[in-house]
Design a protein around this ligand. Structure first.
Ligand code: FE
Length: 176
C-alpha cells in the first residue's frame, strides 16, 4: 500500500474506487444485451470491444485497490443502476433497428461520460495522495473511456463516405 497522510481524502477515494468497480461489474452484465440488440456493424464491433475492455477495467481497478490496500467490494453504484435501467427501457421506445442503434449509442455515451468523470476524479484524488501508480492507471482508464466516447460519436455521425447511425435512423424509410 502506498502511504499517505490525508485520511479523509483517502476514504473518499476508496469509496469511489469501490463504486467504480461495482459500476463496471454492472456494465459487464448489460453489454451482452446491447451487443445482441445492435444491428449496425460498426456499432456491434465497438460494443464487443467495449465488453472486453470493461472486463479488463475490473482487473485494473482491482490492481488499484490492491495498491491502496483495500478490497474492491462493498459499495453499490446507484448511478450506474439508473443508467442501466434507462438503457433497458430503450427497446420499448423504438420500432426500427436504426433507431434502436441510435438509442444504444445514446445509452453507451451516457455510461462513457460517467466513466470519464469517475476515473478522472479518482485519478486526481490518487495523485493528491501521492499514489502515483494508482493515479496513472486510473488516468489510463479515463483516457480509454474518452476514446470510447469519441468512437461512439463517430459511429453516430458517420464520415465523409458513409452515413452514421443517426442519419440511417432519420432516413425516409424510417420515418413515421
Ligand atoms: Fe457511482
Amino acid at each position: 500500500m502506498e502511504s499517505d497522510m490525508n485520511g479523509s481524502l483517502a476514504d473518499l477515494l476508496h469509496e469511489q474506487l469501490r463504486d467504480l468497480h461495482d459500476a463496471e461489474v454492472q456494465y459487464c452484465r448489460l453489454l451482452p444485451r446491447m451487443i445482441e440488440m445492435s444491428t449496425f456493424g460498426a456499432l456491434r464491433d465497438f460494443l464487443i470491444s467495449t465488453d472486453q475492455q470493461t472486463h479488463e477495467n475490473l482487473g485494473t481497478l482491482e490492481q488499484v485497490c490492491s495498491l491502496r490496500g483495500i478490497s474492491p467490494s462493498g459499495v453499490h453504484c446507484e448511478a450506474m443502476e439508473g443508467l442501466i435501467r434507462e438503457a433497458r427501457r430503450s427497446p420499448g421506445f423504438t420500432v426500427d433497428s436504426a433507431t434502436l442503434d441510435a438509442a444504444i449509442i445514446a445509452n453507451a455515451q451516457r455510461i462513457a461520460h460517467y466513466e470519464i468523470a469517475g476515473f478522472g476524479t479518482a485519478s486526481a484524488f490518487a495523485r493528491c495522495l501521492n499514489s502515483n501508480k494508482a493515479s496513472s492507471l486510473l488516468a489510463r482508464l479515463a483516457d480509454e473511456a474518452g476514446a470510447r466516447d469519441q468512437a461512439l460519436t463517430k459511429i453516430a455521425l458517420g464520415g465523409w463516405f458513409e452515413p452514421g447511425v443517426n442519419q440511417e435512423a432519420a432516413s425516409p424509410a424510417n420515418s413515421h
